[in-house]
Write a protein that binds this ligand. Structure first.
Ligand code: 5GP
Ligand code: ZN
Length: 113
């Protein structure tokens, strides 16, 4: 846990969030400023700054399994969805705690830029 990290505060319950999914290792909740009809953030409970800092061999694959489960649970597995990870400043990463954006619930726009 990192003192001044917004997502660590969400994990600790110090900042409220609209939770979608939780297990021992991951938490998922609705983005406060949605970029699509459905915009969910999936985060590991351990504080890792971003994708580039991941050391764990299984963390990323587990995250994608969580995303699959959420897609079924929230009923957009069939209609489809997009997963985005912003890493570092050129990607505009604002919260320095690894997170996977899931965008769904509508026909999404262009894929890149
Ligand atoms: P980034 O630009 O770092 O990839 O994305 C950070 C995301 O976190 C943004 O989409 C932003 O709306 C979301 N966010 C930032 N602070 C909070 C918060 O306190 N609660 C929730 N639910 N989402 C947040
Ligand atoms: Zn954190």
């Amino acid at each position: 846990m990192e003192e001044n990290c917004v997502f660590c505060k969400i994990i600790k319950g110090e900042i409220p969030s609209k939770k979608v999914y939780e297990d021992e290792e991951f938490l998922a909740f609705y983005d406060i400023n949605p970029a699509a009809t459905i915009h969910i953030l999936v985060i590991p409970k351990v504080h890792i700054e971003n994708l580039q800092q991941v050391q764990d061999d299984t963390l990323i694959s587990k995250a994608y399994r969580v995303i699959q489960k959420i897609a079924v649970q929230e009923k957009f597995a069939e209609s489809g969805y997009r997963v985005i990870v912003n890493c570092g400043k050129d990607a505009g990463q604002e919260v320095m705690h690894l997170h996977f954006h899931i965008l769904a619930g509508e026909k999404l726009g262009p894929k890149i830029r």
